[in-house]
Design a binder for this molecule. Structure first.
Ligand code: UD1
Length: 419
């Protein structure tokens, strides 16, 4: 199993390009199921989750072609079966995104239940309830969601509680081909939801209100394939900015969307970073020795993203002062705390709040990645620690960060992948 070996205490400096967003690539690839004609999706990141989604479509008999730029051509008209098998779904919860499109287009779907997850129970009840409201009959049998609809799904009002990103996306896709009007109340406002809506509109869907908490969709009878380039990955951009706020130095990230990281930028400024941005770039300079302790609470967009919580625990662990970080989106998303503690971090947990007393230096140690963003926090901790940090189980990081060691080494880090 691959490991990352990081020798810390190197200042980071330089320019990198942002990769395409995983959380936009996955729903956009799922949306290709809705099209009558082939679809071209570009700016896809080379990530295991994206490969899993492509494999999932391929396992349904769909013709998929890739060119050397990793543009993917999907022709859903060649579909042969409507099953999302457990072997693929278990490695990626976002496989649930095929439920809405399969039901809307083919009026039938068999999708494995994703099961447990390291960061809390993460149920899929909202997805299932919404499809039922739209007229699908659904039974849960043998670990599978068996869904059927008698003709087209029906446009309805869906009220989400809590707000859910992928459930909003599933309903957006299903409603685009449903009969009549669908209203999504308490819809997720994440930029990736807007990206998906923009893609569906390019395919012929009639959608209004994306980016607000009320989305209105007028169903149409057919959607066609289009060329769509997915947005830049805001969590990746925010992670690299945070890395440099910790190590000191300066970074420019090109090909990104600065306004998608506003909540993180305001916390990095609070930590002492100097940040500038243009239309498609953002830069960060850290002139002080250590970041200042920065307290925060996570929440749905535009609040501080849960996908950056672990990285800010790493930042606060070497900050000047004491901070609290409260996780409001997922239960049990603190697996990284024990690992950072192995490197000397002084962190205690009280319910869904971590109290972090910043210390001057973490010390390199063997640690284990437990989920995607937790592993990013361990990389950041390794970059500032004295000595060498060895991170095990880095397949988690390969799900969400494209060429992470290559990008960090360009900036002057010392990271090696070993097996
Ligand atoms: C998406 C992102 C993930 C991010 C998360 C929150 C993708 C592929 N993944 O995940 O990176 O961390 O949003 O920003 O886009 N919930 C239910 N029932 C459901 C669905 C969700 O109770 O049926 C709860 C969850 O347990 C959680 C909350 O809703 O407490 C929000 O989760 P959700 O927005 O659904 O996360 P994902 O869409 O899975």
């Amino acid at each position: 199993m691959d490991k990352l070996l990081i020798t810390g205490k190197k200042e980071l400096k330089g320019e990198i390009f942002a990769s395409g967003a995983k959380n936009s690539a996955l729903p956009v690839l799922a949306a290709s199921l809705l099209a009558e004609s082939p679809m071209k999706v570009s700016n896809l990141p080379h990530l295991n989750d994206v490969t899993t989604m492509i494999e999932l479509l391929g396992s349904m008999g769909i013709d998929i072609m890739l060119n050397e730029d990793m543009d993917v051509y999907v022709d859903a008209s060649s579909i042969k079966n409507l099953n999302a098998r457990y072997e693929l779904v278990k490695t990626m919860r976002a496989s649930i995104l095929v439920l809405g499109p399969l039901l809307a287009k083919f009026h039938q779907a068999k999708v494995a239940l994703p099961g447990g997850c390291a960061i809390g129970s993460r149920p899929v009840n909202l997805h299932i309830d919404a499809m039922r409201t739209m007229g699908a009959s659904i039974s849960l049998e043998g670990g599978y969601i068996n869904a059927k609809s008698d003709g087209r799904l029906k446009g309805k009002t869906i009220n989400f509680d809590p707000v859910s990103v992928t459930a909003t996306e599933n309903v957006l896709m299903a409603a685009s081909l449903a009969e009549g009007e669908t209203i999504i109340n308490n819809a997720a406002k994440e930029p990736e939801v807007v990206d998906l809506a923009d893609c569906l509109i390019k395919m012929g869907a009639q959608i209004k209100g994306q980016g607000t908490d009320k989305i209105v969709i007028q169903g149409v009878e057919t959607l066609v394939g289009c060329d769509f380039s997915v947005m830049p990955d805001r969590v990746e951009t925010a992670t690299y900015l945070t890395a440099v706020a910790m190590t000191g130095g300066d970074i420019k990230i090109k090909g990104t969307r600065p306004n998608s990281v506003d909540s993180v930028v305001s916390k990095l400024r609070e930590a002492g970073a100097l940040i500038k941005s243009g239309e498609d770039w953002i830069s960060l300079k850290m002139e002080i020795n250590r970041p200042k302790a920065t307290s925060l609470s996570t929440g749905p967009y535009p609040s501080f993203p849960t996908d950056m919580q672990a990285q800010f625990i790493a930042l606060n662990s070497i900050a000047n002062g004491t901070a609290t970080v409260t996780e409001n989106v997922f239960e049990n998303r603190f697996m990284h705390v024990q690992e950072i503690a192995r490197m000397g971090g002084k962190i205690s947990l009280k319910g869904n709040t971590a109290i972090i007393q910043g210390i001057k230096d973490l010390v390199g140690a063997p640690v284990m990645a437990t989920d995607l963003r937790a592993s990013a926090s361990l990389v950041l901790a390794g970059l500032v620690a004295k000595g060498t940090t060895q991170i095990d189980r880095i397949y988690h990081i390969d799900r969400g960060y494209e060429r992470i060691e290559e990008k960090l080494n360009i900036l002057g880090a010392d990271i090696e992948r070993i097996s």
